[in-house]
Design a protein around this ligand. Structure first.
Ligand code: SF4
Ligand code: SF4
Ligand code: FES
Length: 484
Protein backbone atom coordinates (compact mmCIF):
# COMPACT_ATOMS: atom_id res chain seq x y z
CA UNK A 1 0.00 0.00 0.00
CA UNK A 2 1.72 3.22 -1.10
CA UNK A 3 1.97 5.93 1.50
CA UNK A 4 1.48 9.44 0.12
CA UNK A 5 1.22 12.94 1.50
CA UNK A 6 -1.71 15.14 0.56
CA UNK A 7 -1.50 18.75 1.71
CA UNK A 8 1.15 17.74 4.25
CA UNK A 9 -0.75 14.82 5.84
CA UNK A 10 0.08 11.16 5.28
CA UNK A 11 -2.42 8.71 3.83
CA UNK A 12 -2.33 5.15 2.58
CA UNK A 13 -3.50 4.69 -0.99
CA UNK A 14 -5.13 1.45 -2.06
CA UNK A 15 -3.34 -0.48 -4.79
CA UNK A 16 -4.12 1.03 -8.20
CA UNK A 17 -5.83 4.06 -6.73
CA UNK A 18 -5.45 7.51 -8.29
CA UNK A 19 -4.60 10.64 -6.31
CA UNK A 20 -8.18 11.86 -6.72
CA UNK A 21 -9.59 8.62 -5.32
CA UNK A 22 -7.23 8.54 -2.33
CA UNK A 23 -8.02 12.16 -1.59
CA UNK A 24 -11.78 11.59 -1.94
CA UNK A 25 -11.69 8.54 0.34
CA UNK A 26 -10.01 10.69 2.98
CA UNK A 27 -12.47 13.57 2.72
CA UNK A 28 -10.36 15.84 0.49
CA UNK A 29 -12.36 17.08 -2.46
CA UNK A 30 -10.57 17.75 -5.75
CA UNK A 31 -12.76 19.54 -8.30
CA UNK A 32 -13.58 17.59 -11.44
CA UNK A 33 -15.80 17.61 -14.52
CA UNK A 34 -14.92 14.62 -16.65
CA UNK A 35 -14.13 12.20 -13.81
CA UNK A 36 -17.04 10.05 -12.68
CA UNK A 37 -16.47 7.12 -10.31
CA UNK A 38 -18.57 4.74 -12.42
CA UNK A 39 -17.07 5.64 -15.82
CA UNK A 40 -13.64 5.23 -17.42
CA UNK A 41 -11.12 8.03 -16.92
CA UNK A 42 -11.07 10.51 -19.80
CA UNK A 43 -8.71 13.12 -18.34
CA UNK A 44 -9.92 15.82 -20.69
CA UNK A 45 -11.22 18.70 -18.56
CA UNK A 46 -8.02 19.51 -16.56
CA UNK A 47 -10.07 20.74 -13.62
CA UNK A 48 -8.44 18.28 -11.22
CA UNK A 49 -4.88 19.62 -11.62
CA UNK A 50 -2.68 19.21 -8.53
CA UNK A 51 0.93 19.98 -7.72
CA UNK A 52 3.21 16.99 -7.13
CA UNK A 53 6.60 17.53 -5.52
CA UNK A 54 9.52 17.06 -7.93
CA UNK A 55 7.26 17.23 -10.98
CA UNK A 56 7.79 20.41 -12.98
CA UNK A 57 4.23 20.60 -14.33
CA UNK A 58 0.87 20.23 -12.62
CA UNK A 59 -0.71 16.78 -13.06
CA UNK A 60 -4.31 15.67 -13.35
CA UNK A 61 -5.34 13.87 -10.15
CA UNK A 62 -8.01 11.72 -11.82
CA UNK A 63 -5.53 9.69 -13.86
CA UNK A 64 -2.26 9.94 -11.90
CA UNK A 65 -1.74 6.87 -9.74
CA UNK A 66 -0.80 7.45 -6.12
CA UNK A 67 2.79 6.25 -5.71
CA UNK A 68 4.97 5.64 -2.66
CA UNK A 69 6.50 8.84 -1.28
CA UNK A 70 4.46 11.21 -3.44
CA UNK A 71 3.72 14.60 -1.91
CA UNK A 72 0.65 16.25 -3.41
CA UNK A 73 -0.66 19.77 -2.94
CA UNK A 74 -4.33 20.37 -3.77
CA UNK A 75 -4.63 23.94 -2.54
CA UNK A 76 -1.35 25.69 -3.46
CA UNK A 77 -1.40 29.08 -5.21
CA UNK A 78 -0.18 27.41 -8.39
CA UNK A 79 -3.08 24.92 -8.28
CA UNK A 80 -5.66 27.61 -7.56
CA UNK A 81 -4.35 29.73 -10.44
CA UNK A 82 -4.55 26.70 -12.77
CA UNK A 83 -8.15 26.00 -11.75
CA UNK A 84 -9.04 29.62 -12.39
CA UNK A 85 -7.46 29.45 -15.85
CA UNK A 86 -9.17 26.15 -16.69
CA UNK A 87 -12.51 27.65 -15.68
CA UNK A 88 -11.93 30.73 -17.77
CA UNK A 89 -11.14 28.49 -20.73
CA UNK A 90 -14.24 26.33 -20.21
CA UNK A 91 -16.42 29.40 -19.86
CA UNK A 92 -15.08 31.25 -22.92
CA UNK A 93 -18.06 30.38 -25.06
CA UNK A 94 -20.48 29.57 -22.29
CA UNK A 95 -23.72 31.61 -22.53
CA UNK A 96 -23.80 32.19 -18.73
CA UNK A 97 -27.58 31.88 -18.79
CA UNK A 98 -27.77 30.69 -15.17
CA UNK A 99 -31.00 32.62 -14.39
CA UNK A 100 -32.88 30.54 -16.96
CA UNK A 101 -30.89 27.32 -16.52
CA UNK A 102 -32.45 24.47 -14.64
CA UNK A 103 -29.07 23.15 -13.49
CA UNK A 104 -28.67 26.21 -11.28
CA UNK A 105 -28.07 25.08 -7.73
CA UNK A 106 -26.40 21.82 -8.75
CA UNK A 107 -24.05 23.05 -11.49
CA UNK A 108 -20.33 22.38 -11.18
CA UNK A 109 -19.60 25.49 -13.28
CA UNK A 110 -21.44 27.72 -10.84
CA UNK A 111 -19.86 26.06 -7.80
CA UNK A 112 -16.28 26.11 -9.05
CA UNK A 113 -16.66 29.65 -10.41
CA UNK A 114 -17.51 30.79 -6.90
CA UNK A 115 -14.61 28.75 -5.44
CA UNK A 116 -11.88 29.48 -7.97
CA UNK A 117 -13.09 31.60 -10.91
CA UNK A 118 -14.50 34.99 -10.00
CA UNK A 119 -13.03 36.38 -13.20
CA UNK A 120 -14.55 38.81 -15.66
CA UNK A 121 -15.06 37.38 -19.14
CA UNK A 122 -12.51 38.63 -21.65
CA UNK A 123 -14.85 37.66 -24.48
CA UNK A 124 -17.81 39.85 -25.30
CA UNK A 125 -21.14 38.05 -25.46
CA UNK A 126 -21.48 38.98 -29.16
CA UNK A 127 -18.19 37.19 -29.95
CA UNK A 128 -19.09 33.93 -28.24
CA UNK A 129 -19.78 30.89 -30.39
CA UNK A 130 -23.52 30.28 -30.42
CA UNK A 131 -24.94 26.81 -30.55
CA UNK A 132 -28.30 25.09 -30.66
CA UNK A 133 -30.37 25.20 -27.49
CA UNK A 134 -33.36 23.14 -26.29
CA UNK A 135 -32.87 20.10 -28.54
CA UNK A 136 -35.35 17.36 -27.62
CA UNK A 137 -32.76 14.63 -28.05
CA UNK A 138 -34.83 11.89 -26.39
CA UNK A 139 -38.25 11.52 -24.81
CA UNK A 140 -36.85 12.47 -21.42
CA UNK A 141 -33.84 14.60 -22.30
CA UNK A 142 -33.19 18.13 -23.53
CA UNK A 143 -29.74 19.08 -24.84
CA UNK A 144 -28.40 22.64 -24.75
CA UNK A 145 -25.18 22.59 -26.75
CA UNK A 146 -24.06 26.07 -25.67
CA UNK A 147 -23.67 24.96 -22.07
CA UNK A 148 -21.66 21.81 -22.80
CA UNK A 149 -18.04 21.71 -21.62
CA UNK A 150 -17.27 18.51 -23.58
CA UNK A 151 -16.36 16.42 -20.57
CA UNK A 152 -17.76 13.37 -22.49
CA UNK A 153 -19.42 11.83 -19.45
CA UNK A 154 -22.61 11.44 -21.52
CA UNK A 155 -20.74 9.80 -24.41
CA UNK A 156 -18.94 7.38 -22.08
CA UNK A 157 -22.19 6.53 -20.29
CA UNK A 158 -23.76 5.42 -23.60
CA UNK A 159 -20.61 3.51 -24.56
CA UNK A 160 -19.79 1.87 -21.26
CA UNK A 161 -23.03 1.49 -19.30
CA UNK A 162 -25.86 1.03 -21.77
CA UNK A 163 -23.51 0.15 -24.66
CA UNK A 164 -26.00 1.82 -26.98
CA UNK A 165 -23.46 4.35 -28.30
CA UNK A 166 -25.93 6.98 -29.45
CA UNK A 167 -23.71 9.99 -28.73
CA UNK A 168 -20.36 11.22 -30.03
CA UNK A 169 -18.27 14.38 -30.20
CA UNK A 170 -18.55 15.98 -33.62
CA UNK A 171 -15.98 18.38 -35.16
CA UNK A 172 -12.67 19.56 -33.67
CA UNK A 173 -11.33 22.30 -31.41
CA UNK A 174 -13.82 24.97 -30.39
CA UNK A 175 -16.17 23.76 -33.12
CA UNK A 176 -16.69 20.51 -31.18
CA UNK A 177 -20.14 19.64 -29.95
CA UNK A 178 -22.09 16.63 -28.68
CA UNK A 179 -24.13 14.99 -31.40
CA UNK A 180 -26.33 11.95 -31.85
CA UNK A 181 -26.13 9.38 -34.62
CA UNK A 182 -28.33 10.32 -37.59
CA UNK A 183 -31.99 9.36 -37.23
CA UNK A 184 -31.52 8.20 -33.64
CA UNK A 185 -33.09 9.37 -30.39
CA UNK A 186 -31.51 9.12 -26.98
CA UNK A 187 -34.14 6.75 -25.64
CA UNK A 188 -32.20 3.92 -24.05
CA UNK A 189 -33.89 2.61 -20.87
CA UNK A 190 -31.40 4.46 -18.64
CA UNK A 191 -31.28 7.75 -20.55
CA UNK A 192 -32.17 10.05 -17.64
CA UNK A 193 -29.00 9.16 -15.76
CA UNK A 194 -27.31 11.39 -18.33
CA UNK A 195 -29.11 14.43 -16.91
CA UNK A 196 -27.75 13.41 -13.47
CA UNK A 197 -24.15 12.97 -14.56
CA UNK A 198 -23.89 15.95 -16.91
CA UNK A 199 -22.02 18.31 -14.55
CA UNK A 200 -23.51 21.41 -16.17
CA UNK A 201 -26.87 22.39 -17.64
CA UNK A 202 -26.27 20.85 -21.07
CA UNK A 203 -28.40 17.74 -20.49
CA UNK A 204 -31.50 18.35 -18.39
CA UNK A 205 -34.49 16.15 -17.67
CA UNK A 206 -37.53 16.98 -19.79
CA UNK A 207 -39.69 15.67 -16.97
CA UNK A 208 -38.21 17.80 -14.20
CA UNK A 209 -36.87 20.99 -15.78
CA UNK A 210 -38.49 24.26 -14.71
CA UNK A 211 -40.83 22.59 -12.25
CA UNK A 212 -38.86 23.46 -9.12
CA UNK A 213 -35.59 25.13 -8.18
CA UNK A 214 -33.45 22.39 -6.69
CA UNK A 215 -32.62 24.24 -3.48
CA UNK A 216 -36.26 23.94 -2.39
CA UNK A 217 -36.22 20.16 -2.66
CA UNK A 218 -36.06 17.85 0.32
CA UNK A 219 -35.00 14.21 0.07
CA UNK A 220 -36.44 10.96 1.37
CA UNK A 221 -34.20 7.91 0.95
CA UNK A 222 -36.37 5.10 -0.29
CA UNK A 223 -36.51 2.08 -2.57
CA UNK A 224 -37.85 1.79 -6.11
CA UNK A 225 -40.77 -0.61 -6.45
CA UNK A 226 -40.65 -0.79 -10.25
CA UNK A 227 -39.17 -4.29 -10.21
CA UNK A 228 -37.54 -6.91 -7.99
CA UNK A 229 -34.08 -5.27 -8.20
CA UNK A 230 -35.20 -2.77 -5.57
CA UNK A 231 -32.84 0.08 -6.46
CA UNK A 232 -32.07 2.58 -3.73
CA UNK A 233 -33.51 5.95 -4.64
CA UNK A 234 -33.78 9.51 -3.40
CA UNK A 235 -37.31 10.83 -3.65
CA UNK A 236 -37.17 14.62 -3.90
CA UNK A 237 -40.20 16.60 -2.85
CA UNK A 238 -41.47 19.94 -1.66
CA UNK A 239 -44.88 21.19 -0.50
CA UNK A 240 -46.21 17.65 -0.30
CA UNK A 241 -45.43 17.07 -3.98
CA UNK A 242 -42.86 14.66 -5.40
CA UNK A 243 -40.82 16.30 -8.17
CA UNK A 244 -38.22 13.75 -9.13
CA UNK A 245 -36.45 10.52 -8.28
CA UNK A 246 -32.67 10.19 -8.33
CA UNK A 247 -30.49 7.13 -7.76
CA UNK A 248 -29.03 6.67 -4.31
CA UNK A 249 -25.91 4.74 -5.31
CA UNK A 250 -24.82 1.89 -3.12
CA UNK A 251 -22.65 -1.16 -3.64
CA UNK A 252 -25.37 -3.69 -2.90
CA UNK A 253 -27.90 -2.68 -5.53
CA UNK A 254 -27.34 0.19 -7.90
CA UNK A 255 -25.27 3.07 -9.21
CA UNK A 256 -27.94 4.11 -11.73
CA UNK A 257 -31.70 3.72 -12.01
CA UNK A 258 -33.78 2.98 -15.07
CA UNK A 259 -36.15 5.52 -16.61
CA UNK A 260 -39.20 3.39 -15.82
CA UNK A 261 -38.27 3.34 -12.13
CA UNK A 262 -37.63 7.07 -12.19
CA UNK A 263 -41.14 7.63 -13.49
CA UNK A 264 -42.88 5.47 -10.85
CA UNK A 265 -43.76 8.57 -8.83
CA UNK A 266 -46.25 9.47 -11.58
CA UNK A 267 -48.65 6.97 -10.00
CA UNK A 268 -49.36 9.65 -7.39
CA UNK A 269 -50.74 12.10 -9.95
CA UNK A 270 -52.08 9.75 -12.62
CA UNK A 271 -55.40 10.71 -14.11
CA UNK A 272 -56.52 7.15 -13.47
CA UNK A 273 -55.59 7.19 -9.80
CA UNK A 274 -58.43 5.75 -7.77
CA UNK A 275 -59.68 8.67 -5.73
CA UNK A 276 -62.74 7.04 -4.12
CA UNK A 277 -63.83 3.71 -2.81
CA UNK A 278 -66.26 2.05 -5.18
CA UNK A 279 -68.72 -0.63 -4.11
CA UNK A 280 -70.76 -2.16 -6.91
CA UNK A 281 -70.62 1.07 -8.87
CA UNK A 282 -71.37 3.41 -5.93
CA UNK A 283 -68.72 5.92 -4.86
CA UNK A 284 -67.69 6.63 -1.27
CA UNK A 285 -65.09 8.79 0.42
CA UNK A 286 -61.90 6.69 0.51
CA UNK A 287 -61.59 6.86 4.29
CA UNK A 288 -65.20 5.95 4.92
CA UNK A 289 -65.05 2.23 5.65
CA UNK A 290 -68.62 1.88 6.95
CA UNK A 291 -69.98 0.98 3.49
CA UNK A 292 -67.20 -1.59 3.14
CA UNK A 293 -68.18 -3.09 6.48
CA UNK A 294 -71.85 -3.14 5.40
CA UNK A 295 -70.82 -4.87 2.19
CA UNK A 296 -68.85 -7.55 4.03
CA UNK A 297 -70.75 -8.08 7.25
CA UNK A 298 -73.35 -10.67 6.24
CA UNK A 299 -71.26 -12.43 3.67
CA UNK A 300 -70.48 -16.14 3.92
CA UNK A 301 -66.70 -16.42 3.56
CA UNK A 302 -66.53 -20.21 3.31
CA UNK A 303 -65.77 -19.99 -0.41
CA UNK A 304 -63.55 -16.91 -0.17
CA UNK A 305 -59.82 -16.61 -0.60
CA UNK A 306 -57.09 -14.16 0.28
CA UNK A 307 -54.29 -13.94 -2.25
CA UNK A 308 -51.31 -12.15 -0.78
CA UNK A 309 -49.38 -9.94 -3.14
CA UNK A 310 -45.72 -9.31 -4.03
CA UNK A 311 -46.81 -5.77 -4.97
CA UNK A 312 -47.63 -5.02 -1.33
CA UNK A 313 -45.27 -4.50 1.60
CA UNK A 314 -44.70 -7.23 4.18
CA UNK A 315 -46.69 -5.20 6.71
CA UNK A 316 -49.71 -4.91 4.40
CA UNK A 317 -49.54 -8.61 3.57
CA UNK A 318 -49.35 -9.44 7.28
CA UNK A 319 -52.32 -7.20 8.06
CA UNK A 320 -54.35 -8.86 5.28
CA UNK A 321 -53.34 -12.28 6.58
CA UNK A 322 -54.61 -11.48 10.07
CA UNK A 323 -57.74 -9.78 8.74
CA UNK A 324 -58.66 -12.75 6.57
CA UNK A 325 -57.79 -15.49 9.07
CA UNK A 326 -58.87 -13.88 12.34
CA UNK A 327 -61.62 -11.44 11.41
CA UNK A 328 -63.29 -13.08 8.41
CA UNK A 329 -62.21 -16.66 9.32
CA UNK A 330 -61.12 -17.33 5.75
CA UNK A 331 -59.29 -20.62 5.39
CA UNK A 332 -58.11 -20.25 1.82
CA UNK A 333 -55.05 -18.10 2.12
CA UNK A 334 -52.60 -18.25 -0.77
CA UNK A 335 -49.54 -16.67 -2.26
CA UNK A 336 -49.28 -16.42 -6.04
CA UNK A 337 -46.73 -18.47 -7.91
CA UNK A 338 -43.39 -16.82 -7.27
CA UNK A 339 -40.79 -16.87 -10.01
CA UNK A 340 -37.11 -16.28 -9.36
CA UNK A 341 -36.16 -12.77 -10.50
CA UNK A 342 -32.99 -12.05 -12.42
CA UNK A 343 -31.41 -9.10 -14.19
CA UNK A 344 -32.59 -9.16 -17.78
CA UNK A 345 -30.26 -6.64 -19.42
CA UNK A 346 -26.97 -7.03 -17.58
CA UNK A 347 -27.54 -3.68 -15.85
CA UNK A 348 -30.51 -3.41 -13.49
CA UNK A 349 -33.87 -4.20 -15.02
CA UNK A 350 -35.34 -7.36 -13.52
CA UNK A 351 -37.43 -10.07 -15.19
CA UNK A 352 -39.70 -9.92 -12.13
CA UNK A 353 -41.75 -6.72 -12.06
CA UNK A 354 -43.05 -7.37 -8.54
CA UNK A 355 -40.93 -5.65 -5.86
CA UNK A 356 -41.60 -8.04 -2.99
CA UNK A 357 -41.57 -11.58 -4.40
CA UNK A 358 -38.69 -12.57 -2.13
CA UNK A 359 -40.46 -11.09 0.90
CA UNK A 360 -43.60 -13.03 0.09
CA UNK A 361 -41.60 -16.21 -0.38
CA UNK A 362 -40.20 -15.75 3.14
CA UNK A 363 -43.70 -15.08 4.48
CA UNK A 364 -45.00 -18.18 2.73
CA UNK A 365 -42.37 -20.30 4.49
CA UNK A 366 -42.85 -18.62 7.88
CA UNK A 367 -46.66 -19.03 7.85
CA UNK A 368 -46.84 -22.28 5.79
CA UNK A 369 -49.00 -20.67 3.14
CA UNK A 370 -49.94 -22.57 -0.01
CA UNK A 371 -49.30 -21.43 -3.58
CA UNK A 372 -52.50 -20.66 -5.41
CA UNK A 373 -53.62 -22.81 -8.34
CA UNK A 374 -56.25 -22.18 -11.02
CA UNK A 375 -58.11 -25.26 -9.77
CA UNK A 376 -58.44 -23.86 -6.28
CA UNK A 377 -59.53 -20.46 -7.56
CA UNK A 378 -62.30 -22.13 -9.60
CA UNK A 379 -63.99 -23.12 -6.31
CA UNK A 380 -63.76 -19.60 -4.91
CA UNK A 381 -66.53 -17.01 -5.25
CA UNK A 382 -64.97 -14.03 -3.43
CA UNK A 383 -61.34 -12.86 -3.51
CA UNK A 384 -59.37 -10.44 -1.37
CA UNK A 385 -56.20 -9.11 -2.97
CA UNK A 386 -54.75 -6.01 -4.60
CA UNK A 387 -55.59 -4.89 -8.13
CA UNK A 388 -52.11 -5.53 -9.51
CA UNK A 389 -52.30 -9.12 -8.29
CA UNK A 390 -55.82 -9.58 -9.68
CA UNK A 391 -54.45 -9.03 -13.20
CA UNK A 392 -52.95 -12.51 -13.02
CA UNK A 393 -56.25 -14.21 -12.26
CA UNK A 394 -57.70 -16.05 -15.23
CA UNK A 395 -61.24 -15.33 -14.19
CA UNK A 396 -62.30 -12.03 -12.59
CA UNK A 397 -64.38 -12.69 -9.49
CA UNK A 398 -66.21 -10.50 -7.08
CA UNK A 399 -63.96 -9.38 -4.30
CA UNK A 400 -62.36 -6.81 -2.05
CA UNK A 401 -59.58 -5.18 -4.04
CA UNK A 402 -57.04 -2.62 -2.87
CA UNK A 403 -55.95 -0.44 -5.70
CA UNK A 404 -54.09 2.70 -6.74
CA UNK A 405 -55.78 2.82 -10.11
CA UNK A 406 -59.33 2.93 -11.37
CA UNK A 407 -60.41 -0.41 -12.81
CA UNK A 408 -63.55 -2.34 -13.63
CA UNK A 409 -63.30 -5.11 -11.06
CA UNK A 410 -66.50 -6.30 -9.51
CA UNK A 411 -67.09 -5.82 -5.79
CA UNK A 412 -65.42 -3.33 -3.45
CA UNK A 413 -62.46 -1.27 -4.67
CA UNK A 414 -60.53 0.41 -1.90
CA UNK A 415 -58.35 3.38 -2.81
CA UNK A 416 -55.02 2.78 -1.09
CA UNK A 417 -52.02 4.93 -0.25
CA UNK A 418 -49.01 4.65 -2.50
CA UNK A 419 -45.70 3.64 -0.98
CA UNK A 420 -44.54 7.20 -1.63
CA UNK A 421 -47.14 8.06 1.03
CA UNK A 422 -46.71 5.27 3.54
CA UNK A 423 -43.81 3.12 4.76
CA UNK A 424 -43.46 -0.55 3.88
CA UNK A 425 -40.84 -3.28 3.96
CA UNK A 426 -39.76 -4.91 0.71
CA UNK A 427 -37.19 -7.63 0.04
CA UNK A 428 -35.40 -7.53 -3.30
CA UNK A 429 -34.55 -10.53 -5.48
CA UNK A 430 -31.24 -11.00 -3.69
CA UNK A 431 -32.75 -10.77 -0.20
CA UNK A 432 -31.86 -7.15 0.55
CA UNK A 433 -34.40 -5.69 2.99
CA UNK A 434 -35.47 -2.09 2.36
CA UNK A 435 -38.06 0.23 3.79
CA UNK A 436 -39.93 2.76 1.69
CA UNK A 437 -39.84 6.21 3.16
CA UNK A 438 -42.98 8.33 2.76
CA UNK A 439 -42.00 11.56 0.99
CA UNK A 440 -45.52 12.97 0.98
CA UNK A 441 -48.61 12.52 3.09
CA UNK A 442 -52.10 11.65 1.91
CA UNK A 443 -54.69 12.55 4.48
CA UNK A 444 -57.57 11.40 2.27
CA UNK A 445 -56.66 7.75 2.09
CA UNK A 446 -55.73 4.86 4.35
CA UNK A 447 -52.97 2.30 3.97
CA UNK A 448 -54.02 -1.30 3.43
CA UNK A 449 -53.12 -2.18 7.02
CA UNK A 450 -55.07 0.83 8.37
CA UNK A 451 -58.16 -0.16 6.39
CA UNK A 452 -58.20 -3.75 7.61
CA UNK A 453 -57.48 -2.69 11.18
CA UNK A 454 -60.49 -0.37 11.16
CA UNK A 455 -62.68 -2.94 9.46
CA UNK A 456 -61.70 -5.55 12.04
CA UNK A 457 -62.67 -3.18 14.85
CA UNK A 458 -66.15 -2.86 13.29
CA UNK A 459 -66.35 -6.66 13.29
CA UNK A 460 -65.29 -6.50 16.98
CA UNK A 461 -62.20 -8.47 16.08
CA UNK A 462 -58.93 -7.10 17.37
CA UNK A 463 -55.82 -7.88 15.39
CA UNK A 464 -52.38 -8.43 16.93
CA UNK A 465 -51.16 -4.97 15.98
CA UNK A 466 -51.97 -1.39 16.80
CA UNK A 467 -49.84 0.44 14.31
CA UNK A 468 -47.24 0.07 11.59
CA UNK A 469 -44.38 -0.42 14.06
CA UNK A 470 -46.09 -3.50 15.53
CA UNK A 471 -46.46 -5.00 12.07
CA UNK A 472 -42.84 -4.25 11.37
CA UNK A 473 -41.76 -6.02 14.51
CA UNK A 474 -43.88 -9.06 13.61
CA UNK A 475 -42.30 -9.05 10.13
CA UNK A 476 -38.87 -8.85 11.71
CA UNK A 477 -39.47 -11.63 14.19
CA UNK A 478 -41.66 -14.02 12.22
CA UNK A 479 -40.52 -13.51 8.64
CA UNK A 480 -37.14 -11.87 8.39
CA UNK A 481 -35.63 -13.30 11.54
CA UNK A 482 -33.45 -10.27 12.10
CA UNK A 483 -33.63 -6.55 12.71
CA UNK A 484 -34.64 -4.46 9.73
S1 SF4 B 1 -23.41 17.33 -22.50
FE1 SF4 B 1 -22.81 17.40 -20.34
S2 SF4 B 1 -22.03 15.33 -19.96
FE2 SF4 B 1 -22.07 15.59 -22.17
S3 SF4 B 1 -20.04 16.33 -22.70
FE3 SF4 B 1 -21.32 18.14 -22.44
S4 SF4 B 1 -21.03 18.73 -20.32
FE4 SF4 B 1 -20.27 16.65 -20.50
S1 SF4 C 1 -34.26 -1.43 -12.27
FE1 SF4 C 1 -36.20 -1.84 -11.21
S2 SF4 C 1 -35.87 -1.19 -9.11
FE2 SF4 C 1 -34.20 -0.28 -10.36
S3 SF4 C 1 -34.97 1.74 -10.94
FE3 SF4 C 1 -35.57 0.34 -12.57
S4 SF4 C 1 -37.65 -0.33 -12.04
FE4 SF4 C 1 -36.73 0.57 -10.22
S1 FES D 1 -11.47 15.41 -13.74
FE1 FES D 1 -9.37 15.07 -14.16
S2 FES D 1 -9.12 15.82 -16.11
FE2 FES D 1 -11.23 16.02 -15.77
Amino acid sequence: MPKIKIDGKEYFAAEGETILQTAQRNGIYIPRYCYHPALSVAGNCRMCLVEIEKMPKLQIACSTLAAEGMSVLTQSEKVKKARKDVLEFLLINHPVDCPICDQAGECYLQDYYMDYGLHKSRVEIKDKIRREKRIQIGDYLILDRERCILCTRCVRFCEEVTKTEELFVAQRGDHSYIDIKPNEKLNNPYSMNIADICPVGAFTSADFRFRKRVWFLKTANSVCLGCATGCSIKVQYDDNTVYRILPNPNEETNTWICDAGRMTYKELYAEKRLRHCVINGNFFQPKNIIPVFEYLKNRDFSKSALILSPYLSLEDNLALYYFASKTLKIENIFVPEIKEGKISDGILINTDKAPNSKGLELMKKAFSIKTVSDKEIEKIDFIITCFKQSRFLKEKKEGLYFSLEENDLNGALIAMKSYFETPGTFVNYKGKISLTSPAVSNLNKLSVWETVKELSALFSSYLPFEGFEDLRKIAEKEILGKRI
